[in-house]
Design a protein around this ligand. Structure first.
Ligand code: ARG
Length: 457
């Protein structure tokens, strides 16, 4: 059964038939195709195109088709060009010619747009859940090291002391934004195209609002030409995926560095690492590298679909069949990565000794400048004086806190003997207690805010 065969004088070229077919991937839309077809049948009854008993036969028949397509044994025919063709064929085999009434006033153009939007809406819900799963692991690890000092880095150079809790929570807020992005992609997808038909709208008095309510769409598309070709919801889904991929990649990169022997701040559980086939001593962070690596394909999917869309004239073009694989792959990739990363974070061990040992006194140079500010020195000047102190310590090859007090005094007589207090790590952390700062008290508040966000969803 080909849905358009009679118009042609000859059979299609077999290689072209393979190129044209999308069943191998759009079979994933089977549940949505059946849901939307059942809703369409009910709408046709409302429009007095189908009788109640015809709709009953179609709805029940489609339930059987759902079983068939959902089962592992389903074997498509070569003529099952796409999921819509396959569903209609299977329905015809079950209920006979009345199945042929289902497509009245509908086109595969509004059908596929409807199915795909439904699928993306459901996928967004799965993404939100998976992101929250990882976010919980992140919060748990932050809690375990809420006041544990470690060096913070800018330009990959030691900068100022922070806490593990603060560092870990810096990955929480991007996750929360990513979750919100999927919620927005859901809202973009939640506009019903069904009833737009091929491009000009349907010729039957269909209550489109009723279909929207039936299927859980928030609104109905206002322009049938736009409706059959609008794939912005898919682009938004792919942007949400790409942005999440980039954020996960950055988190993975940080964990790769911190778990390596040079830093040694954390220890990855063996269950999330691999060995080397050659070097017996190796334990590699493959889970994190794959997280980082897969972000590339997620960005690729976004740019790929944008390129597909960019040259299209209005209404449906077959190019649009290219919209589904990137979205499916982005979905599958992230649902594979997120739980692994969550498990890795849940099981990683912190190494407080290594973290604290890596905090050298120069990391408190800003605090030394702030000390002078406390003696009423303008910050610019305090920075300049402190720069000279740092240089002197470097020349003498001593740590910043090991310079004899007389040498400090000689550089600037506003230094007094209370300056030694500056080199207290706990005090330095606690000074940064403003909202969002690294002081354990502020990080505890941040942790409460993060937990609150997790409860609220
Ligand atoms: N398989 C097609 C797709 O994914 C369905 C729509 C086909 N429409 C058409 N006019 N040939 O886009």
């Amino acid at each position: 059964m080909r849905l358009w065969g009679s118009r042609m004088g000859k059979d299609p070229n077999p290689a072209f038939t393979r190129l044209n077919a999308s069943f191998s991937f759009d079979r994933r839309l089977y549940a949505e195709d059946i849901d939307a077809s059942q809703a369409w049948a009910r709408a046709l009854e409302g429009a007095q195109v189908l009788t109640e008993s015809e709709v009953d036969a179609i709805v029940v028949g489609l339930e059987e088709v759902r079983e068939t397509l959902g089962g592992p044994a389903f074997d498509p025919l070569p003529t099952d060009e796409d999921i819509h063709t396959a569903v209609e064929r299977l329905l015809t085999e079950r209920i006979g010619p009345v199945a042929g009434k289902l497509h009245t006033g509908r086109s595969r153009n509004d059908q596929v747009a409807t199915d795909f939007r439904l699928w993306v809406m459901r996928a967004c819900d799965r993404m939100v859940d998976a992101i929250l799963g990882l976010a919980k692991a992140v919060v748990q690890s932050a809690e375990a090291g809420v006041d544990l000092p470690m060096p913070g880095y800018t330009h990959m150079r030691p900068a100022q002391p922070i806490t593990w809790g603060h560092w870990m929570l810096s990955a929480f807020w991007p996750l929360l934004r990513n979750k919100d992005r999927f919620a927005r992609a859901y809202a973009s997808a939640s506009v019903l195209p069904l009833g737009s038909a091929a491009l000009a709208g349907t010729a039957y008095p269909i209550d489109r609002k009723a279909i929207a309510d039936d299927l859980g769409f928030e609104s109905v598309s206002p322009n049938s030409i736009d409706a059959v070709s609008d794939r912005e919801f898919a682009v938004e889904y792919l942007f949400a995926s790409a942005m999440l991929g980039v954020n996960l990649s950055r988190l993975a990169e940080g964990l790769i560095l911190f778990s390596g022997p040079e830093y040694g701040f954390i220890e990855l559980d063996e269950a999330y690492t691999t060995g080397s086939s050659l070097m017996p001593h190796k334990r590699n962070p493959d889970a994190l590298e794959l997280t980082r690596g897969k972000s590339g394909r997620l960005v690729g999917h976004l740019t790929g679909l944008l390129m597909t869309l960019k040259g299209l004239p209005s209404a449906y073009d077959k190019d649009l069949q290219e919209d589904k694989q990137p979205v499916f792959d982005a979905h599958d990739t992230l649902l594979e990565v997120l739980p692994v990363l969550g498990g890795l974070i849940e099981t990683l061990e912190l190494n407080p000794e290594r973290m604290v040992a890596a905090i050298t006194p120069e990391l408190l140079s800003t605090d030394l400048a702030d000390y002078l500010v406390g003696k009423d020195v303008p910050f610019r000047e305090a920075h300049e004086v402190t720069g000279r102190v740092v240089r002197l310590a470097e020349e003498k090859q001593v740590a910043l806190d090991q310079l004899p007090f007389q040498e400090l005094k000689a550089l600037d007589d506003r230094f007094e003997d209370d300056v030694v207090k500056i080199f207290n790590l706990e005090a330095a952390l606690e000074r940064r207690s403003t909202l969002g700062g690294t002081a354990p008290s502020a990080v505890k508040a941040q942790l409460d805010a993060a937990r609150e966000m997790l409860i609220r969803v």
